[in-house]
Write a protein that binds this ligand. Structure first.
Ligand code: GCB
Length: 589
């Protein structure tokens, strides 16, 4: 299932890079594709679309926001003559959901999972030293076999509507950067790094995938953060030793979190350099069994939240100011982890997590899965494999989440998730597998296949709204019920309350800042009564920030369970959580 490598684009002596981000011609109307430069389907005489960005909220029209089906993007670009002796590739960080890419009229690649990168060689379709064009057809339709699922139906006036069961706006478009880059005929296609610790020595077991390796030699260097050489090797696989290794620690667990080494591959034919690639990695050990989950032999206690890639105007489009702001807030609040709910996040975001020591629960884009067909299973495995291929070497990724809130009370879900787990284990046994479950332990079929149980529960919100007093006993009995049934570590993956920023009453009332604070404070009491047990591995609030959802009478301008507003300013709960997360960090380490 896993295809070739999908290494991030990095310039080096052997690789040139052109970034295609910027303004692309855009239309929602198939009739305009031939002369997209003249398109005026949005009726404003403005047919330019920024990349990266979701397209939905850019214009003023409902036609665009609620569009169902294909849209087209086109960009003209120049390729220098010096590239004609090279292989030239095009790489998309993510297109939601289905992408068909056409270069100078020739179809070059189709890709159908959102939130994940894809690349293909386009050398023979290019014109060198003159202009070229790329046309991308982007289709946002979700059906019963896509990951995630949805269905399209006709609504009032015969209009098509995309129905989804998940609770976030179904943004679409070219959401992440687009690059052209070159390699030689022979090149480094993939790197696998596996870490073990032997005392203070880091054992770095690696393998590389080289295309056209005949007659080539590989040199491997491991460099520390200052660029000093700490280990050397050669050949396509082996184990290198890094003595007195500086470990990758989570944020606030040690003074210098997120320490990264560089794994450098130098590919040569005699003295001629053929390829040169630098991949960052961290040295850390993970261990899990029925009772514990440790990093570098220390118990992990997760303080975090679920998040979304979401902001106004750009939707899920990568936005560097936003992601840097987010990571300032994550550090400010003292969190050490987040789940990439409910899909893999941009590589630029994952790089920050690696660098800052933020642990990641990496979630495949499977949310509210309800049919457990063979076709869906195969697409689910494919989506996970692509995520694995992208993220396997990241020290920040400490756990795989294989689904959020699937309908696991249906018996067929048992075999389905057993097979997803088996699939994951054939690639990676170093990281535990979880699933965020909304049901109770006694009525569901997935728990026995997981390494760590993920529990979502909205006690005193969706369940027993207003009954703050019930939180401690009910949450404790839910968690211990899971524990007693499966004898596995338990992680609280979601809880929270919608809070309308600035709404305030005394005594507290649902939707107010006070109610939000009171509710989370009760959950803290429940967690505190369990925290001394190493099998209780952490707490994650829903959500980091407010985010946009589908049209829904429960949502006033979106989901308001954020600790921060959609504009990334703190609500009252952010200060309460900050106090707790910093205190926990100081108590524990
Ligand atoms: C959940 C879902 C999440 C929703 C959240 C809510 O259980 O996992 O995607 O946004 O509840 O606020 O309803």
């Amino acid at each position: 299932l896993a295809r070739g490598g999908i290494l991030p684009v990095k310039p080096s002596e052997t690789r040139d890079v052109i970034n295609l981000d910027g303004l692309w011609y855009f239309t929602t109307d198939a009739n305009f594709v031939e002369n997209i430069e003249e398109a005026d389907d949005l009726g404003q005489g403005l047919n330019l679309m920024p990349v990266p960005s979701s397209y939905n909220d850019i214009a003023t029209s409902l036609i665009l926001r609620d569009h169902v089906g294909s849209v087209w993007y086109k960009k003209y670009f120049f390729v220098p003559g010096s590239w004609s002796s090279k292989r030239v590739w095009i790489r998309f960080g993510s297109v939601c959901y289905n992408a068909s890419v056409i270069i100078n009229g020739a179809s070059v690649v189709n890709h159908s999972v959102g939130h994940l990168p894809f690349a293909t060689e386009i050398s023979r379709h290019l014109n060198y030293d003159i202009e070229n064009n790329v046309l991308v057809e982007v289709n946002n339709i979700l059906d019963r076999y896509t990951i995630p699922q949805g269905y399209v139906d006709q609504v009032g006036g015969g209009k098509l509507h995309q129905f989804v069961k998940f609770d976030f706006f179904n943004y679409a478009g070219i959401d992440r950067p687009v690059y052209l880059y070159t390699t030689n005929d022979a090149y480094i296609d993939d790197i696998n790094i596996d870490i073990k610790l032997n005392g203070t020595t880091g054992l770095v077991t690696y393998s590389t995938e080289i295309v056209n390796p005949k007659g080539l030699k590989q040199q491997i260097n491991i460099l520390d953060k200052n660029g000093h050489l700490v280990a050397v090797g050669s050949g396509k696989s082996g184990t290198l030793e890094v003595e007195n290794a500086k470990l990758w620690w989570p944020y606030l667990m040690r003074p210098d979190p997120g320490y990264l080494y560089t794994f450098e591959v130098i590919l040569k034919q005699n003295d001629t350099l053929i390829d040169h690639y630098k991949q960052r990695f961290g040295i850390r050990s993970l261990y899990y069994d029925n009772d514990t989950f440790t990093i570098n032999n220390e118990n992990i206690y997760i303080r975090g939240f679920g998040r979304h890639e979401d902001s106004d105007i750009r939707g899920k489009g990568l936005d560097l100011p936003l992601i840097i702001r987010d990571h300032h807030l994550i550090k400010w609040i003292g969190a050490n982890c987040y789940r990439t709910s409910h899909y893999p996040y941009a590589e630029e975001i994952m790089d920050l997590a690696d660098e800052l020591g933020i642990m990641i629960i990496d979630e495949v884009p499977s949310v509210v899965t309800a049919n457990f067909s063979k076709t869906l299973l195969s697409n689910h495995k494919q989506a996970w494999s692509e995520m694995y291929q992208r993220d396997k070497n990241r020290p920040s990724v400490i756990m795989w989440s294989i689904a959020n809130e699937p309908r696991v009370t249906i018996p067929a879900s048992g075999d389905y998730f057993k097979q997803v787990v088996q699939h994951v284990k054939t690639f990676d046994t170093s990281r535990p597998i979880t699933l965020a479950n909304m049901y109770s332990y006694d009525i569901e079929y997935s728990g026995k296949y997981l390494d760590i149980i993920g529990v979502n529960r909205y006690e005193a919100w969706y369940v027993n709204p207003g009954q703050i007093d019930g939180i401690v006993p009910r949450i404790k009995s839910l968690i211990t019920g899971w524990r007693n049934l499966h004898n596995k570590p338990v992680l609280f993956t979601e809880y929270g309350a919608d809070v309308e920023e600035g709404l305030s009453t005394l005594p507290s009332f649902i939707w107010t800042e006070e109610y939000g604070n009171d509710l989370i404070t009760e959950y803290f009491k429940a967690f505190d009564q369990l925290r001394s047990q190493p099998w209780f591995v952490g707490e994650m609030i829903w959500n980091f920030a407010d985010f946009k959802t589908d049209t829904d009478i429960r949502r006033v301008g979106g989901n308001k369970k954020g600790l921060f507003t959609r504009n990334r300013q703190p609500k009252a709960a952010a200060f309460v959580v900050r106090k707790r997360y910093w205190a926990l960090a100081h108590q524990l380490y």
